[in-house]
Design a protein around this ligand. Structure first.
Ligand code: ADP
Length: 375
C-alpha cells in the first residue's frame, strides 16, 4: 500500500518503523529536502504543504493521503476529493477543526465542555467593555506550539499584540486557571471501532509542551475523557488518530482545549510505552487494517521534549550519549541539521516500573532537563 503524507516533519518521520512493519510505502509532500521525513520516505515531492498541484501529483501515486499537520488548503483539496482522491481522515472530518474558532463552535455544538469563547475583530476587541483580564487571544489559523496564542494581563498587553499583528478576526477566550493540562490520544478505524490511550498529564513552558507524565493518578477523570473522545470521533466520523488536549480545573472540571486531527506530541510516549504506537495506529486506520491494542506495556512513563535552546548546527552527540545512560531510556533524535530556540529536536521517554508516582516522573524529567539544558 502507498500512503501519501502531507507534511514531512518529525511526526511523519516517526511513522517509518510502523510503515516498515506494515509493508506500507510512505510518499511525503514537504517543502525542504532537509525535513526529517525525507530520509525515511520511499519518495518525496518537494513542495509547500498547501500546494494543491503537488498534492494532485501525490494523489496520482498513492492509494490514500493523510496529514502530518493541518495547515492545508482545504478548498483546493476538496476539489481533489471530488475527483476521487481518498483522504484519511476525510476532509469533512477536518473542516470543523482547522480554524480555532470554528473548532470551539463545533465542540460546543456536539455538547463537549470548552472554555467560554467569542470571536472579534481587532477594533471591536479594543472597545469590548466586557473583556476582563487575564484573557486569552488566539490567531484562528496556523497557530502551533503557542505561536499565535497570547495570555493578556491588561489592556496595554492587548494594545501591544494588536499593534504587532495584521488585522484579522481573533479567537478570544476565558483564561482557565487550570490545575493540570491533560491529553488523550484516540483512534477510530475504518469500520468505526474506537480505541483510546491512557489519559496523560502534559506540562507546557511558554506554551510549548515540555513533558508528558504517564502515571496512574488520573484514574478519576479517565472515564470522562474517554467519553469525550468517543463523542468526538463518532460525531466527526473521523478515521485515524486524534489528539485531544484538555484542562483540568481546581474544581475537577474537564474542559477541551484543542483537537489535533493527527498524531500528536502528547502521544510520543506510545512509541516505547504502548503495545501499538500512535504512528502504527494511525497507519492501521488509514490502511483499513484492524486497530492494535493501545495498552501500556509498562506501569508508567515520562516523555521529555528536547527543545532547541540556542542557534547552532550541533548534533549534541555528547548530551545524547549522557541521556542514553539513564536506565530504561529511549532517546529519539529527529536528525534536524539546525537548532534554534524552541525547535523540537528530539524527545526522550523513560519507562518506569512499580507504579511510579507523579513526583517520581517529575524527578526523572528534571534529570533529563539538567543534562539537556545544562542547568
Ligand atoms: P497551540 O495550538 O499553539 O498549541 P493552545 O491553544 O494549545 O495553542 O495553547 C498553548 C498553551 O497555552 C496551552 O497548552 C496552555 O498552556 C495555554 N493556554 C491556551 N489556552 C488557554 C486558556 N484559555 N487558559 C489558560 N491557558 C491557556
Amino acid at each position: 500500500m502507498r500512503v501519501g503524507v502531507i507534511g514531512g516533519g518529525q511526526l511523519a518521520w516517526m511513522m517509518a518503523e510502523a510503515a516498515r512493519s506494515l509493508s506500507v510505502d510512505l510518499i511525503v509532500q514537504t517543502p525542504e529536502a532537509s525535513d526529517p521525513a525525507v530520509a525515511i520516505a520511499t519518495q518525496t515531492i518537494l513542495a509547500p504543504i498547501d500546494d494543491a498541484a503537488a498534492t494532485a501529483q501525490l494523489a496520482a501515486q498513492c492509494d490514500v493521503i493523510t496529514f502530518e499537520n493541518e495547515f492545508i488548503n482545504l478548498e483546493a483539496l476538496t476539489h481533489l476529493e471530488k475527483q476521487g482522491t481518498r483522504f484519511c481522515p476525510r476532509l469533512s472530518a477536518l473542516a470543523p477543526l482547522l480554524d480555532k474558532y470554528h473548532q470551539r463552535c463545533y465542540l460546543r455544538d456536539i455538547g463537549l465542555p470548552t472554555p467560554e469563547f467569542s470571536t472579534l475583530e481587532a477594533a471591536d476587541l479594543l472597545s469590548a467593555r466586557w473583556l476582563s483580564y487575564p484573557t486569552v487571544l488566539k490567531v484562528r489559523r496556523h497557530g502551533y506550539d503557542g505561536q499565535g496564542t497570547f495570555i493578556l494581563n491588561s489592556q496595554a498587553d492587548l494594545e501591544e499584540i494588536l499593534a504587532q499583528s495584521a488585522p484579522h478576526p481573533w479567537l478570544v477566550e476565558e483564561f482557565v486557571p487550570f490545575e493540570r493540562e491533560l491529553a488523550m490520544m484516540a483512534a477510530r478505524g475504518a469500520t468505526g471501532e474506537i480505541v483510546t490511550y491512557p489519559v496523560v498529564e502534559t506540562q507546557q513552558e511558554e506554551q510549548v509542551c515540555r513533558r508528558v507524565l504517564v502515571t496512574s493518578d488520573l484514574a478519576a477523570v479517565e472515564e470522562e475523557v474517554k467519553a469525550i473522545a468517543h463523542t468526538l470521533l463518532t460525531q466527526l466520523d473521523g478515521i485515524g488518530i486524534f489528539g485531544i488536549e484538555l484542562f483540568l480545573t481546581r474544581e475537577g472540571k474537564v474542559l477541551v482545549n484543542e483537537i489535533a486531527p493527527r498524531t500528536h506530541n502528547s502521544g510520543h510516549y506510545t512509541l516505547d510505552a504502548c503495545v501499538t504506537s500512535q504512528f502504527e495506529q494511525h497507519l492501521r486506520a488509514v490502511c483499513g487494517l484492524p486497530l492494535g491494542s493501545p495498552n501500556l506495556q509498562t506501569e508508567a512513563a515520562v516523555m521529555v521534549n528536547l527543545l532547541g535552546y540556542e542557534h547552532s548546527q550541533s548534533e549534541y552527540l555528547e548530551k545524547r550519549q549522557r541521556l542514553s545512560q539513564i536506565p530504561n531510556v529511549h532517546v529519539h533524535w529527529y536528525g534536524k541539521m539546525e537548532s534554534r530556540p524552541g525547535r523540537k529536536l528530539g524527545h526522550v521517554t523513560v519507562l518506569m516500573n512499580d507504579k511510579a508516582s507523579r513526583s517520581q516522573a517529575i524527578e526523572i524529567a528534571q534529570i533529563i532537563e539538567a543534562i539537556w539544558y545544562g542547568c
